[in-house]
Unconditional design. Structure first.
Length: 699
């Protein structure tokens, strides 16, 4: 590890630069810890940064300005949105995909209510946006909140006020004192395309679909930015309303909303039978591509509000409504080529390059072909016209080849038997039972540049070492420049390669400050938490969960390495690995193979000269709270929140920030609010701090 210069050896200029950089890093860590609940450094590493920051100020008092972090108490106030508790929860809808399911839904309603024939239903388009609750008091908009988890959302009032068609004041003299209007915030196809054009021009990321566009716009902290991204709203439901309700039916409520000046969708219809409902479904589907905004189905609701009340809810979905989803959108286009991508573990993945085509408002030019068997099964050939499908956020898929449009002379696709990048043999493994793996893999794992680049990307990625400034693009460029070949090279960049900074400036167009920032963000990751470090190595079958299991079990990297290296020959070491709960045989084999490989040994030795993973505290599995999900809320008397969290985790519990049906136990202190109410609603066990201490045997 590179030791920083003693503070006394620095001159003021150096000290100021380091102080400034450390301040930015510490603020970022504070934000991740306090606001995002997702720290990326261990407490020890955070303390080390803090101590260095303070030492700099002691040696150079001029750095101790009024806005220094040493003068602030605790975390900055949250920059996020205020939380809003929904008086009436915002729940979701059950789905129907087939026509029979609509019939079954209607039959259930009839049976539940003991009717002879179906009641009236209303069919409405299901808008694909984000739901929002607008609270009007005395006819004036006072608050707008997102759905959040259904019980608690975020206050987006300022952003909703930028939507022109949402009235600040309701029309008409007879509006209820309190009226919470619920509906969907969405972005039109045209506005979405223009937004993406601006993103492209500014070199910013392209958004996947209008819903993401709307979500991004609504969750802007600066309403001015929201105003630049036009949003729209359709009202379709309500929450808290002072009595009496202005209408007795859903259709009547929609009319009332319209009279108040709220936008409602025109494509709604009251239906008297299942046939009527399905006819309206088909009518809406026929309009779908010309609406100019995304809809993903039709919602059927029992029209009479008193019947809705009688039907009520099953867990989180109403018995009185269902969403009849549209099938995924499809289109046909020509397949121009098949590109083979080589992943981190050598898997060769075929990707279809297509003539760009608009599928439901999104331009598609790539589709996944999964693997070689899939190409053979569908007999996909270059030049073929193919039918593709896009559903939600998933990668577009090729459904079938239109054989009648196949160009003469098109040949069956031959899947490469060697890695297209390094030329090593590409093989399909067989398991103990003799089954062939569907994936063909490059066998040159240590010489294959494609695998090396993917491994580096993984190493630096957000859930691994999270090295800021080393994104996929930079890694590709640095790799091809020869600046970085292995993970160890990343940390040696600033010190070993004296020319690195010059190369970065001259060839990669980095400014001096960016070089400094990049080097500093690399420096900040020399002490990664053990689980992240293990995950970052990119061992097959070792995802975040298995990495955490290994870290928890072994505590230090050294212990993990020693045991696994022995495991190839030593029965006891092997038995120890087998005993780790949750770790399957494929994962164990992968870890043993990884550490047995001499090249990996060398690479690890080099890496461990640069990086020191923070040991992880061993966790008990026999404690009374092991395996339980616990939420702490309210204030504590005997210890800090951090301490009690760490104590619970040491005892094998999972600590969560929010209450859900997965929560096992709430430890509530004075001042506990919404979480406590929700826990009561869900019937979760609630205890106080004293009882907690007793339970874990410390009281
Ligand atoms: S009614 C109790 N009507 O779909 C359920 N929801 O899957 C109240 N949505 O969260 C919702 N269009 O975001 C309703 N016409 C419509 C809708 C609609 C879109 C969304 C809404 C909801 C989700 C449920």
């Amino acid at each position: 590890m590179k030791k920083p210069k003693p503070v006394g050896d620095l001159n003021l200029r150096e000290a100021r630069a380091e102080h400034e950089k450390l301040g930015a890093d510490i603020s970022e860590h504070d934000k991740r810890y306090y606001q995002d609940d997702a720290p990326v450094v261990s407490d020890a590493e955070y303390d080390r940064l803090r101590r260095r920051y303070e030492a700099l100020e002691q040696a150079f008092p001029e750095l101790s300005t009024p806005d220094s972090l040493t003068r602030k108490v605790g975390a900055k106030p949250s920059e996020k949105f205020k939380k809003v508790r929904h008086k009436v929860p915002m729940l979701s809808l059950g789905n129907a995909f087939a026509e029979e399911e609509v019939g079954e839904f209607v039959a259930r309603v009839i049976r539940f209510l003991g009717l002879q024939k179906p009641p009236d239903f209303i069919a409405e388009p299901k808008i694909d946006g984000l739901s929002c609750s607008l609270r009007y008091e005395g006819g004036t908009l006072v608050q707008a909140a997102t759905r959040g988890d259904g019980y608690e959302g975020e206050d987006v009032t300022a952003n909703i006020r930028t939507i022109k068609e949402v009235p600040q004041k309701l029309k008409g003299a007879h509006t209820p004192d309190v009226l919470e209007v619920r509906g969907e915030v969405y972005m039109t196809h045209a506005d979405f395309a223009a937004l993406n054009e601006r993103q492209r021009a500014a070199g910013k990321p392209i958004l996947a679909n209008p819903r993401n566009g709307a979500a991004g716009a609504l969750r802007q902290l600066d309403p001015k930015i929201t105003a630049e991204r036009p949003l729209h709203f359709f009202a379709y439901s309500w929450g808290d309303v002072s009595m009496p309700l202005p209408a007795k039916t859903q259709s009547g409520m929609l009319d009332f909303f319209r009279r108040c000046g709220l936008p409602t969708n025109e494509l709604t219809k009251v239906c008297r039978s299942v046939d009527d409902m399905l006819a309206q479904y088909r009518a809406i589907e026929a309009e779908r591509s010309s609406l100019g905004y995304d809809i993903d189905g039709v919602v059927y609701k029992v029209d009479a509000v008193d019947l809705q009340d009688r039907l009520g809810f099953v867990s989180r979905t109403p018995r009185w409504a269902v969403a009849h989803k549209f099938p995924a959108e499809q289109a046909t286009t020509v397949l121009r080529g098949i590109e083979i991508q080589v992943g981190r573990t050598g898997a060769l993945t075929p990707v279809a390059r297509l003539d760009p085509i608009n599928v439901g408002g999104v331009v598609v030019s790539n589709a996944t072909l999964h693997n070689e068997d899939e190409i053979a099964r569908k007999d996909v050939r270059i030049g073929d016209t193919v039918r593709i499908q896009r559903a939600g956020d998933v990668i577009p898929q090729i459904l079938e080849v239109l054989k009648e449009k196949r160009p003469r002379g098109a040949k069956p696709y031959e899947f490469p038997q060697v890695c297209p990048v390094c030329g090593s043999a590409a093989v399909r493994e067989t398991d103990e039972k003799g089954n062939e793996d569907v994936v063909r893999r490059c066998t040159g794992s240590l010489i294959c540049p494609a695998q090396a680049v993917e491994r580096l990307k993984h190493f630096c990625s957000r859930n691994a070492l999270d090295i800021e400034g080393l994104g996929d693009k930079q890694i590709e460029a640095f790799f091809s420049e020869g600046l970085i070949r292995t993970a160890a090279d990343i940390f040696a960049l600033a010190t070993r390669d004296a020319k690195a900074a010059t190369k970065l400036t001259e060839r990669e167009g980095y400014g001096e400050t960016s070089v400094r920032n990049l080097f500093a963000s690399i420096e900040a990751r020399r002490h990664p938490p053990l689980n992240r470090f293990i995950y970052a190595l990119g061992i097959r079958h070792i995802g975040e969960t298995n990495a955490r299991r290994l870290a928890r079990h072994f505590g230090t990297f050294d212990a993990l390495r020693k045991t696994t290296m022995k495991a190839a020959a030593d029965f006891e070491a092997r038995a120890e690995l087998d005993s780790i709960g949750g770790l399957g045989p494929a994962a164990i084999k992968a870890v043993v193979d990884f550490f047995a490989e001499p090249h990996n040994e060398q690479a690890l030795d080099a890496l461990l000269k640069e990086v020191t993973p923070e040991p992880m505290e061993a966790v008990e599995t026999s404690s009374p709270v092991a395996g339980k999900t616990i939420v702490f809320t309210g204030s504590l008397e005997k210890m800090t929140r951090e301490e009690i969290k760490a104590q619970a985790e040491r005892l094998g519990a999972k600590v969560s920030g929010s209450v859900s049906s997965k929560t096992d136990l709430i430890v509530a202190g004075p001042g506990a609010g919404s979480k406590l109410n929700k826990a009561r609603e869900l019937g979760i066990e609630i205890i106080d701090e004293m009882a907690w201490l007793k339970r874990i045997g410390a009281g």
